[in-house]
Design a binder for this molecule. Structure first.
Ligand code: B1M
Length: 224
């Protein structure tokens, strides 16, 4: 149309990608990721200019109670599917993640929906995730910290009976002499800030969206 500046195709596909992720449209999101790569958009730009802002939008919508867990899960799954396409390109381009994060549901606890959501939101924010799964013993967390050189551990508990395993995990990190090199973030329905303080965690987040902000905050304190 006369007088109209044509939209840059690269910006168009990133815009489509952001929308598809926010709306949890996995197939459309993966197609937009492939098309952006095909147009020569660098993987780094797809991550920084589409996936990370899309997940930030999802986090905001959740905090404002316009999104609930199902919408957030769908968006996170769309983002994860795009990351599968992007990961080899990011590795090839030597793109450094913000930090390596270990995630685990503590010993005795099999609930993993909340933990998975937290880890997906963190991945969407640019962190590298090592998921240790459920029923994770303190010893396994210590071994994984040594093995992966993680800077942040995210511990989740859904049962009042498994909350003490968080304290035991922190004690095991101290006994192993690695507590100083990692920040510990805790969360889960029965948790409170007061309990996090009592067991010596570095931070507590009530939901997956605020876990991203808290993760950045505790990591900044660790490096300060
Ligand atoms: Co279980 N269960 N469950 N359960 N279960 C609860 C937790 C319970 C509250 C149900 C009830 O009685 N009303 C109750 C706990 C009571 C208590 O401890 N006070 C309970 C019980 C008792 C049990 C069993 C003991 C039942 C039995 O066998 N008699 C048993 C225990 C098994 C075990 O773990 N050893 C059990 C088993 C199960 C299933 C396996 C059947 C299944 C889990 C499937 C799975 O996770 N793969 C299950 C489920 C689904 C639930 C409910 C219904 C839903 C939990 C959930 O996924 N919520 C739950 C009742 C309820 O919550 N309405 C219940 C959705 C999820 C997105 O929320 O995990 O809270 P949530 O995560 C949130 C936040 O908490 C936060 O962010 C997330 C999203 O914003 N968050 C973090 C979570 N981790 C975080 C970490 C962070 C930061 C934020 O930083 C690191």
């Amino acid at each position: 149309m006369a007088g109209q500046v044509p939209a840059c195709p690269q910006h168009m596909s990133l815009e489509e990608l952001r929308t598809a992720v926010v709306e949890g449209e996995r197939t459309a999101a993966v197609a937009a990721t492939r098309s952006a790569l095909g147009e020569g958009v660098p993987a780094r730009s797809i991550l920084d200019d589409a996936l990370v802002p899309a997940m930030a939008t999802v986090g905001d919508l959740f905090k404002r109670r316009q999104y609930y867990v199902p919408e957030m899960l769908m968006a996170a799954r769309a983002m994860k599917a795009c990351m599968e396409v992007l990961r080899p390109e990011l590795v090839a381009a030597k793109v450094e993640p913000l930090a390596r994060v270990l995630g685990a549901t503590v010993q005795g606890d099999l609930h993993d929906i909340g933990k998975n959501l937290v880890l997906m939101m963190l991945e969407g924010a640019g962190f590298e995730i090592v998921d240790l799964g459920v029923d994770c013993t303190p010893e396994r967390v210590v071994t994984a910290v040594r093995e992966h050189g993680a800077r942040l551990i995210c511990l989740s508990a859904l049962l009042t009976t498994t909350m003490p395993a968080m304290r035991e995990t922190i004690a095991a990190l101290e006994a192993a002499g690695v507590r100083g090199q990692v920040a510990v973030l805790v969360g889960g329905a029965p948790l409170t800030q007061a309990y996090a303080d009592e067991i010596g965690a570095d931070g507590y987040a009530p939901d997956a969206a605020s876990a991203v902000d808290k993760a950045k905050e505790v990591l900044a304190r660790l490096t300060a």
